[in-house]
Design a protein around this ligand. Structure first.
Ligand code: SF4
Length: 76
């Protein structure tokens, strides 16, 4: 299935390298784009379902996504 939400993403056409920072501390530029993105939640869920291990998705780094998943699992 094609992810049609990607066509509405705020990062469309931007340098992908911005979204693959070498550390969480360098993720601020990407997060500044994500915070304004209309498909942020869909992007985040996609990263979780597809187990993306690199990059900023939905405004969260991999470490932040894993933390969020742990919190979800605790409250389930
Ligand atoms: S949330 Fe961020 S990475 Fe995801 S589509 Fe939007 S701008 Fe791109």
């Amino acid at each position: 299935m094609k992810a049609t939400w990607r066509h509405r993403s705020a990062c469309r056409g931007l340098d992908p390298e911005v979204f693959y920072p070498s550390s969480d501390e360098e993720a601020e530029e990407a997060k500044a784009v994500c915070v304004l993105c209309p498909v942020r939640q869909m992007c985040l869920e996609h990263a979780i379902v597809c187990r993306e291990r690199e990059g900023v998705w939905g405004g969260l780094t991999d470490r932040e996504r894993r933390r969020m998943l742990r919190q979800r699992q605790k409250s389930a």
